[in-house]
Design a protein around this ligand. Sequence first.
Ligand SMILES: C[S@@+](CC[C@H](N)C(=O)[O-])C[C@H]1O[C@@H](n2cnc3c(N)ncnc32)[C@H](O)[C@@H]1O
Length: 451
Amino acid sequence: MAHCIFADPVQHCFTTPNPPYRKGARPARIRAWFFAVAVMSYRQWFHELDQLLAQHRGLWQLRPFSLRSIPWQEQWPDLAAAISRLSLPQVNALSEQPHRLYEMLGEYFPDAHRLHRLIQVPPAPIQQQFGDDERLSYEVPGRKWQQIRAFVQALPARNLPLLEWCAGKGHLGRLASQAMAAPVLSLELDPQLCQDGQRLADRLQLAQQLQPCDVLGRQVRQYFQAGQQALALHACGDLHVALLRQGCQHQVQALAISPCCYHRTREDLYQPLSTAARSTNLQLSRQDRQLAVQESVTAGQRVRRLRDQEVCWRLGFDLLQRQLRGCDEYLPVPPLKTQLLTQGTFTDFCHWAAERKQLVLQGPIDFEALEQAGRQRHLQIRQLELVCQLFRRPLELWLVLDRVLFLEEQGYQVSLHEFCARNLTPRNLLIQAQRRGSASQEGGWSSRAQA
Ligand SMILES: C[S@@+](CC[C@H](N)C(=O)[O-])C[C@H]1O[C@@H](n2cnc3c(N)ncnc32)[C@H](O)[C@@H]1O
């Protein structure tokens, strides 16, 4: 039997500065979640996503940058025609409003509606309230602090020693330690960050120790102890997977992890964690997993404009280098300085790139036509990427549910929520796990039944 996470899911809301809805309101998004996935077990949820991702892999397991035409045009002619009609501003607007994207493309690709239902994740219930003590957020960038506050608010107050994983300057540990009146050990690779973080903790006389440590090394084992609660905010790829494995091995009492950068791993091919993911046919390359985090909701207008310009220039130069070399293959060009983008022209860029690649620019070259062709290619790529984008969050959820199912298999009761609004960070998924049978499990904290 499956059951839902909250007694009344609509009673809960985020406490970010831009809450997507007010407390007590019954917004459509919550209703959508409640009727779409609330009654499914995590295993069923994973299987539904897995089936759709595998069935439509031709639409998203591709490299739009290297393609000259729409590879799935014959199979989905109406979808191909619909995206080809979109202008760049329309593409940009749709990619910033995922619900509109699913709605619009759903007319031509009906499974978009199913995908949309499957990406509804409930917001984390607020477990603790605390004031805004400015001494705690000293030297922390505003957006980061808001993420940290939302993360800690979602943690049930447990009286357990805390272990912070890949801590940076230990900002998360500092707030969690204060909010829960618990000591925290913060592990971080960079000794300078440890030193800076220790200074911030000491000025408030907090029970926080920042410990230089490579969490991928053997020595990390010594920092685990019985009855710990482990926290990890945005530890990349192998780093949070190491916590999942080590935490289970050392039977930590509770874990709260917001994963990110699923492609930052030693292995190129995805190494599934749960039995469910090990038995699927879906094989994920590093590049596939990159799609799961390809989203820049936090980039400003200027950054976006410069990025668009850079891509257009690179694509224009790509056409030129193919002519010059007499070879129809993409040639990677190294990163360029922003100054060239802001102060140079497309022609300057071509000279710069040609020099880097030991190419001689000879004969009459129509730079204007090349620049225009680059812009056209950019639009086609962005149109193709829109369709890939339908699968971005489903893929991220597939990866996160693999972690959830792994924890369930290891004897934990698990819940999955969004801990903050997407505009604060698109990596807003929070996995919480509590060892089954542990004392602090009582008190209304529940997860989904396993299938
Ligand atoms: C994306 S930052 C997140 C920092 C912090 N949790 C936050 O959200 O502000 C990842 C951190 O992991 C640290 N890190 C990278 N590799 C590590 C390793 N092998 N062992 C421990 N820490 C590591 C980095 O130095 C960096 O501070």
